[in-house]
Design a protein around this ligand. Structure first.
Ligand code: ZN
Length: 104
């Protein structure tokens, strides 16, 4: 099984508060069916100063979203597209854009 979405792909978010946003995939966790997308699902964490000299701060970081919420944006036709997989002549598997048939 080849994963639909890989690191450094661009994806479009289909649902949730960031619906419609596009972002770069920072990491994929296939075993959890989740991924991290730059600028999407930002969680704000308020961190208290615990040690002397440490400052209280507000940290913003991406949180994991479900793979089902993201759709790959094809690098060739720049449209969110479904992904097919294709068996190559050498037996390997590749992804293929369902719209422009580009094999990546
Ligand atoms: Zn395409």
């Amino acid at each position: 099984m080849i994963s639909r979405i890989k690191k450094s792909d661009t994806v479009k978010i289909l649902s949730g508060k960031d619906k419609g946003k596009k972002g770069l995939v920072l990491a994929v966790f296939p075993e959890k069916n989740q991924l991290l997308v730059q600028g999407v699902a930002i969680a704000t964490r308020h961190i208290k100063a615990r040690k002397q000299g440490q400052k209280a701060e507000i940290k913003k970081s991406e949180s994991l979203i479900s793979l089902a919420k993201a759709m790959l944006v094809c690098s060739a036709c720049h449209a969110p597209s479904r992904v097919n997989t294709k068996t190559l002549e050498d037996g390997g598997r590749a992804r293929m854009c369902n719209r422009c048939k580009l094999v990546t």
